[in-house]
Design a protein around this ligand. Structure first.
Ligand code: SF4
Length: 405
């Protein structure tokens, strides 16, 4: 199984026919590097945390650049290529040489997958036939609403009817996954119900509902809040309830939400209810402070308690999403209340040395993943989700027992 990715470059918003109203990258500032798990111990800032996280490409790559890079990748793989994914910072549907690119890749006879598109660049329904003829087998498509007027207003799609017609035609023949960012009072409630019914009728394979973020605590770390002045947000629990209700109304639709939750597996942290699996995890015998995001904290505390640990060792920061924790979150903690050793999320945007200075104690980077959010679990089965959680928590508990007091 060899999967290749074709990177077309591009800048979110800029290479998308303009910003969607809710786009995370809108107002993104050129903030200094955060520090991250890839940084060298003596240097805060690496390519990933200073450039990659902002998806900072100058523009789309030219077709020649895309083809050259792809050929280089092709030469370095052994075995048959089973899938090619087209992705980039910009929107593939807006790539100026999209048709030529599809024809080149389509001629290879390998299933093609478009990792993410808003579809704003699709101006004719017939584009769907062209894509299918060129071996497209899977696409993730942002919808916002089945109502073209709302799509035009909030996504700035100049041809919303055509884009939706492309989605409809594709869904009849290939695997289409729809993504919807939910703006409370705009595309939730009745609008969401109509959109989900439409998506179900046209035959999409799955829908991911994404909570709109408008504040730094929800994860806007690029000095880019608010995205929409005065726009209300759902709390994580309100959003969980919205996802649960939507899933109950559409049992034939594979539906999940992020940050909470995937009703099919009751994830993230599905393992908390699996007593048999929990009994196979190591027992927690020591104590550290496990600093994590506000959404994950109660789940992690529950699981560690079921493994014999003290749930009070889990310390939430104000940032809701653990992977988007920055040094400011650590600065806001009362360090005097922490244990001598602190474990931070594996993916936190923090430089290890700076974290130790700020907290005045040993800081260990924890496992990369303890669970799968709704976006990730959408493409997994239950065994995959539970295995990921078992591995993550086994690693975390081993760290606690190794470094703790
Ligand atoms: S298509 Fe995606 S990346 Fe582009 S502006 Fe809209 S939300 Fe942002």
């Amino acid at each position: 199984m060899v999967h290749l990715t074709v990177d077309i470059g591009g800048k979110p918003g800029v290479n998308c026919r303009g910003f969607c109203a809710y786009c995370y990258f809108k107002h993104a500032k050129d903030v200094p590097p955060f520090g991250c798990r890839y940084c060298l111990p003596f240097k805060k800032g690496c390519d990933y945390c200073s450039r990659g996280v902002k998806e900072e490409y100058a523009d789309f790559y030219s077709l020649k650049e895309v083809a050259d890079n792809f050929l280089a990748d092709l030469q370095s793989v052994t075995g048959d290529i089973t899938r090619i994914t087209i992705s980039g910072g910009g929107d593939p549907s807006c790539y100026p040489e999209f048709k030529s690119l599809m024809e080149i890749l389509g001629s290879l006879g390998v299933p093609l997958h478009i990792g993410y598109t808003s579809g704003k660049g699709f101006d004719e329904p017939e584009t769907a036939d062209f894509l299918i003829a060129n071996n497209l087998t899977e696409i993730s498509f942002t919808v916002f609403a089945a109502d073209p007027a709302l799509r035009a207003k909030y996504m700035h799609d100049p041809t919303p009817e055509a884009s939706l017609a492309v989605l409809e035609k594709l869904a009849a023949k290939i695997d289409v996954y729809a993504a919807i960012v939910i703006l409370p009072g705009v595309n939730d409630g009745e609008v969401l119900e109509e959109t989900l019914s439409w998506l179900e009728n046209v035959g999409v394979k799955g829908v991911i509902l994404m909570r709109f973020a408008n504040g730094e605590e929800q994860g806007l770390i690029l000095a880019n809040s608010p995205i929409l002045e005065g726009q209300r947000m759902h709390t994580a629990e309100e959003f969980r309830a919205l996802v649960a209700e939507a899933a109950a109304r559409h049992p034939n639709l594979r539906l999940s939400g992020t940050p909470l939750f995937d009703p099919l597996f009751d994830s993230p942290f599905a393992i908390r209810k699996e007593e048999e699996l929990l009994s196979h995890l190591p027992r927690v015998t020591k104590k550290v402070s496990v600093v994590t995001g506000a959404v994950a904290a109660p789940y992690i505390a529950e699981i560690l308690a079921k493994c014999g640990g003290d749930p009070s060792m889990v310390v939430p920061v104000k940032k809701e999403i653990a992977c988007l924790m920055t040094i400011d979150d650590l600065k806001a903690l009362d360090a005097s209340q922490l244990a001598d050793v602190v474990i931070i999320p594996g993916r936190a945007f923090v430089h290890d040395a700076e974290a130790e200075t700020v907290l005045g104690r040993q800081v260990i980077r924890g496992p990369e993943m303890l669970t799968a959010d709704g976006e990730t679990s959408m493409g997994m089965d239950e065994a995959g989700v539970l295995t990921m959680e078992m591995e993550g928590f086994a690693a975390l508990i081993q760290m606690i027992n190794l470094y703790g007091a």
